[in-house]
Design a protein around this ligand. Structure first.
Ligand SMILES: [Zn+2]
Length: 130
């Protein structure tokens, strides 16, 4: 799996990425060779903390089978570097007050409809979690 339920932060899930022992580049998902300095076999396990900000988002009015629409797709720039794709969990996707740069926190949940048995990472705007 690309995520862990109890991340290193202790209060939220984490994503399994990797960090280059040569140049410090952090990527997700984990890889063996560094995409930045091109060192081979230089990547070591590195857990991403699962907090970041919305880099971009869109409200999807259509989705694949098993997805309740509308829902929000987003690119999230993590505090520890990489930008990852995920679903934003909001109550009313078509009218949600979302903005670029808005802080979000990772959560693990069903992908698609609430009845889905496929689990994955999603993000929740910080204002909703407080
Ligand atoms: Zn490197």
């Amino acid at each position: 799996m690309n995520f862990v339920i109890n991340g290193d932060s202790g209060d939220r899930p984490g994503l399994r990425g990797s960090r280059c022992a040569e140049c410090g580049e952090v990527v997700f998902p984990a890889v063996l060779d560094c995409p930045s300095c091109l060192a081979t076999g230089s990547m070591v396990d590195h857990q991403l903390e699962g907090h970041g900000e919305i880099a971009n988002f869109t409200v999807a009015e259509r989705g694949p089978t098993g997805f309740d629409v509308p829902y929000v797709q987003a690119w999230v720039r993590l505090d520890d570097g990489p930008t990852v794709f995920g679903i934003l969990v909001v109550n009313d996707p078509s009218n949600a007050q979302l903005a670029h740069g808005q802080p979000v926190t990772i959560t693990i949940g069903p992908i698609g409809s609430p009845a889905s048995d496929v689990m994955g990472w999603q993000f929740v705007p910080d204002a909703v979690t407080k």
